[in-house]
Ligand binder design. Structure first.
Ligand SMILES: [Zn+2]
Length: 282
């Protein structure tokens, strides 16, 4: 598969979600919102009320090239597939810091595989100021679990990906939160032990896709009367390091930098007119 021209940076997630939820973006946010996503909504449908962001580590464009028939299973739920560039260097804390602040590393300050608590303004601070209730469900001690601490939001630190999926389903059904972030790590963990297309990696990829569908369908079911957005937002891709023969990432090469974020927008009026059949705006 030939990767289409980039439509921006992964940092576009923050202004895009803020636009959709009618929330003022973090003060430092400098990326534009994604036109391809926000232009699908008429002004009268904004703001949406709820948001589920599913961040699965290292599911870059390299996998769409080799396993589009697997990854394509998420597209009925999140049909707006936007080609983007990772932040540089493409390692997890650098990229998620960009995704959830709307800025590049020179502004948020994480330039390598370190996990300091971010002191700059983030999507989560912007959501709290707008009285949104936020939950981050992540694998314990992962970047997402660590770098966004000290905000007035709920942190669910889980033992593994399976527990993240279960907890996210519970959090969706509990209806206490407006914005839910779910993070899973298995594919990335496995690629460093083997290589990006190894059987254990592809098994992990398929578990991610299965869990994505479960979580997104639960959100659609639970929020069927409320305008909402569901997003697929990996952080970076991966390549084989020729000196070790194992999977790796962190270079300015298409395998590491190219990825897709995919959005599904469920506008309220469309939901009502569609009755019990959920219909995404595409
Ligand atoms: Zn990562």
């Amino acid at each position: 598969m030939k990767f289409p021209p980039h439509q921006g940076s992964i940092a576009s997630l923050t202004p895009t979600i803020c636009h959709l939820l009618g929330v003022k973006a973090p003060g430092i946010s400098e990326e534009p919102a994604l036109d391809m996503v926000i232009s699908t909504l008429e002004q009268k449908n904004i703001p949406l009320q709820k948001c589920l962001v599913i961040a699965q580590d290292a599911l870059g464009a390299h996998l769409w090239g080799s396993h589009e028939s697997d990854l394509g299973k998420i597209l009925p739920l999140v049909p707006l597939r936007v080609p983007l560039r990772a932040a540089f260097p493409p390692v997890t804390p650098v990229c998620f810091a960009s995704i959830f602040t709307g800025v590049q590393p020179d502004v948020h300050g994480i330039h390598s595989y370190t996990k300091p608590v971010l002191e700059c303004d983030t999507l989560f601070d912007a959501l709290v100021r707008a009285d949104k209730r936020v939950a981050i469900v992540s694998v314990e001690n992962s970047s997402i679990d660590m770098i966004f601490r000290n905000r007035d939001i709920a942190y669910f630190s889980e033992e593994n990906d399976e527990a993240v999926c279960e907890r996210t389903l519970e959090v969706i059904r509990g209806d206490e939160y407006d914005v839910i972030i779910a993070y899973q790590a298995d594919y990335d963990d496995n690629l460093h032990q083997s290589e990006p297309f190894s059987p254990i990696c592809i098994q992990a990829l398929r578990r991610h896709i299965r869990d994505f569908i479960k979580m997104a369908e639960a959100a659609n079911q639970h929020w069927k009367d409320r305008g909402h957005v569901v997003a697929f937002t990996p952080d970076h891709g991966a390549h084989v390091n020729p000196s070790t023969g194992k999977g790796d990432h962190g270079l300015d090469i298409p395998e590491d930098m190219d990825l897709f974020h995919c959005y599904g927008i469920y506008a309220r009026n469309k939901l009502r007119s569609a009755g019990s059949n959920l219909d995404s705006v595409d």
